[in-house]
Each structure stands twice: as structure tokens, then as C-alpha cells.
Ligand binder design. Structure first.
Ligand code: ZN
Length: 387
């Protein structure tokens, strides 16, 4: 019995020991796995944080580059249309006055054209904060452009839903161009350059227009012609339309009939001593042309529907952003071959607008393509808006 007891006891003891050992092993294993899980969680947590940070940074980078490309693409929705750019000046030898610094904005006509409001409501630059390139011209621009547009709205008013059309137009164009009559369906715009010639700027503009087979109209100031006759000849011989911006860039509304006629005829005469243009279109300085002026013009008067505001911003990025944000089919774009920033902007805009499907032409060709005859004594802002 005792022997049995002993051996049984020993067995039990062994079993007990065994199970204790087992328990210990189990505990250790559990602890091990527990720690492993904790460590894994910790690692995952840390990695998670880095992943989120990385993603945020990526997003930020993406936004930045969007902003950068946006600057070239769109931005300020300045709805504007303002006065014909720089005014005053230009007289005498033309050279000194051509200095941009001396120019005054041709705002004169804002008051003279009632009832032509811009569709303000639209809130500022749809480029909202998207700004322009990383440089100085950034943030402020889109909003600023709008304000300016509203303030200056001059004669050319009515840029109806310019924005939307601008975005839609070229997009549709892709399909349209495949159709048989691509030419008549493609959006067409006229580029116009006032206040020149001014060799170092005009030549750059002519270069890029030629490179892309684009047209344009140059509204020349008569008193500058002798000084810049070589440039005028180059413009003409390159196939661009040459037109009149009067002799001395005065507000025609403030002149006597005799003075008005002299401003016009002196310019046409002088032009024809260098290039055989015959009669030419007229862009009244500041876009100002009352009934008397229109009656005396003896030709069609051409204002604009899109003011690049180069005379105001004097900044290529701002000009580009404003034009691309508002351009639409049939626009007559006002620019000045006086500022280097304008040449810089044109060097970007011509290829860009061409890539977007726009045909860039002279004023006369724009009206021809749209089937609208230009009539004497009528002032046009675009083919469908005149008085
Ligand atoms: Zn002008």
C-alpha cells in the first residue's frame, strides 16, 4: 500500500510539476507573443504617422505645382474690360514718350459709356488663391484683376459669361476641328497692339506671331512713324494689318471737328508714305468716340472686348492669367507694343492660345471669318457688339 501510495504520490507530484512547468512555458509564450504584438503595433503606429505625413506632403507638393501651372493656365478672372491702355504722351519725337513710365492709362472713356456694366456678381478670380508662379505676382492677382476690371470697365463692356465660354470653347473645338469645315468653326480672336511702333517690343511680338502663323492688327500712333519707320515696314511686310491710332493720341471727344479730321488724315497720310495701306481702321485713343467722332471717322472704329490690362499690371504673368481666364471666341484683345512685359506675355499666349484651338488673326480677318461686314462710322467691340 505504502509503496503504491509512494509511487502514486510521486506520479501526482510529477504530473503537478509537469503541469507547473507547462504553465510556466505557456505564460512565457503568452508574454512573448504579447510583447511581439505590442511591438508590432508600435511599429505600425510609427509607420502610420510617417505615412500620413508623407501623404500630406505629397498633397501639398501637388497643390503647389497645380498653383504653378495654374498661373500659366488661368487664374484671375478679371471680367474686366477697361480703358484702352496707356494714354497721353506720344508726341514730339515719339522716342522719349514711348517710355512706359510716362504713360497714363487711357481711362477717359469709362464715364462716357453708360449702361455697359460688366457682369460683376461673379466672384473674384476663379483662380481663387491659386495665384501665379512662385514670384511676386502671386496671391493678390486674381482678386485684384477682378476689382480692376470692375472699376475700369470702359466701353468694351459686356464680356458675357466670358469665363465659361473661355473654358468651353476650346474644349469643344477639338471635335469641331475634325469636321470638314474646321476653319469656320474654330474659335477666332483678334490680337491688337496700340501705341507703337516701338522697335524692341514690336519686333519680339512680330517674331512670335510669324512663328505661329498668327495675325494681328497694329494701331499705330502717327507721330511715331518717322522714328520707327523700319519697324512699321517690317510689320506691314510681314503681312500684319496696319491701322491708325491717331496722330498724337488725344481724346478725340475733346477736339474740334477740324482737329479730329487732322488727327486722322495726318496719320493715314504718314502711314502711306512708308507702306501702301490706303485707308485704314481707326482705334480712337482711350476707346473714346462720341457721335461726332464716329461721323467724321470715315472708317470703322475698333475698340476691344478683352483688355489685357498690360498698361495697368505691367506684369507678364498677370497679363497671361487675365487673358487666358477671360478669352472667348470673337474677342478683340487689347494690348500695347510698348511694354516688354507685353512682348513676354505674347510670347507665351500665342503658342498657348494656338494649342487651345484659337485662331489668332487681324481685326479685318476676324470680321471676315465671322461674316460681319465692317461699316464706316460704326464702333465695334467685337463682331456682334457695336454702336
Ligand atoms: Zn492708345
Amino acid at each position: 500500500m505504502v509503496g503504491m501510495d509512494m509511487s502514486e504520490k510521486r506520479k501526482k507530484e510529477e504530473i503537478r510539476r509537469e503541469s507547473t512547468k507547462g504553465n510556466k512555458g505557456l505564460l512565457m509564450r503568452q508574454a512573448f507573443w504579447g510583447i511581439l504584438v505590442l511591438v508590432s503595433l508600435l511599429v505600425m503606429f510609427v509607420m502610420g504617422i510617417f505615412a500620413i505625413r508623407g501623404a500630406q506632403k505629397g498633397q501639398r507638393d501637388a497643390e503647389l505645382s497645380y498653383a504653378a501651372s495654374d498661373m500659366q493656365g488661368s487664374a484671375g478672372n478679371g471680367k474686366g474690360i477697361a480703358a484702352d491702355g496707356p494714354g497721353k504722351t506720344l508726341s514730339g519725337d515719339g522716342t522719349a514718350q514711348s517710355e512706359p513710365g510716362k504713360m497714363l492709362p487711357e481711362g477717359g472713356n469709362s464715364e462716357e459709356k453708360p449702361g455697359r456694366t460688366l457682369s460683376e456678381g461673379k466672384e473674384a478670380g476663379d483662380g481663387s488663391g491659386k495665384t501665379l508662379s512662385g514670384d511676386k505676382s502671386s496671391e493678390a492677382d486674381p482678386g485684384k484683376a477682378l476689382t480692376e476690371g470692375r472699376e475700369t470697365g470702359d466701353g468694351s463692356g459686356k464680356t458675357p459669361s466670358g469665363n465659361q465660354e473661355a473654358e468651353d470653347g476650346p474644349a469643344e473645338d477639338g471635335d469641331v476641328q475634325e469636321e470638314e469645315d474646321a476653319d469656320t468653326d474654330a474659335p477666332v480672336i483678334a490680337m491688337t497692339f496700340d501705341d507703337g511702333p516701338y522697335t524692341k517690343v514690336t519686333n519680339r511680338i512680330v517674331d512670335v506671331l510669324l512663328e505661329y502663323g498668327a495675325g494681328a492688327t497694329f494701331f499705330v500712333v502717327g507721330s511715331r512713324i518717322d522714328t520707327y519707320s523700319d519697324t512699321l515696314k517690317r510689320v506691314y511686310e510681314s503681312g500684319f494689318e496696319v491701322a491708325s491710332h491717331t496722330w498724337s493720341h488725344k481724346n478725340l471727344n475733346k477736339l474740334s471737328e477740324e482737329e479730329i479730321l487732322k488727327e486722322l488724315s495726318d496719320t493715314v497720310e504718314k502711314l502711306n508714305t512708308y507702306v501702301p495701306v490706303g485707308d485704314v481702321l481707326l482705334r480712337p485713343p482711350y476707346g473714346s468716340a462720341n457721335e461726332t467722332v464716329r461721323a467724321l471717322a470715315g472708317t470703322s472704329l475698333i475698340n476691344w472686348s478683352l483688355d489685357s490690362q498690360d498698361w495697368k499690371s505691367r506684369d507678364a504673368d498677370a497679363i497671361i492669367a487675365h487673358v487666358l481666364a477671360t478669352v472667348k471666341d470673337g474677342d478683340i484683345i487689347l494690348m500695347h507694343d510698348l511694354y516688354e512685359c507685353t512682348a513676354e506675355a505674347v510670347e507665351y499666349l500665342v503658342p498657348e492660345l494656338t494649342a487651345r484651338g484659337y485662331r489668332i488673326v487681324s481685326v479685318s480677318e476676324l470680321f471676315c471669318r465671322k461674316g460681319i461686314p465692317l461699316e464706316e462710322g460704326i464702333l465695334y467691340r467685337n463682331p456682334w457688339d457695336s454702336y
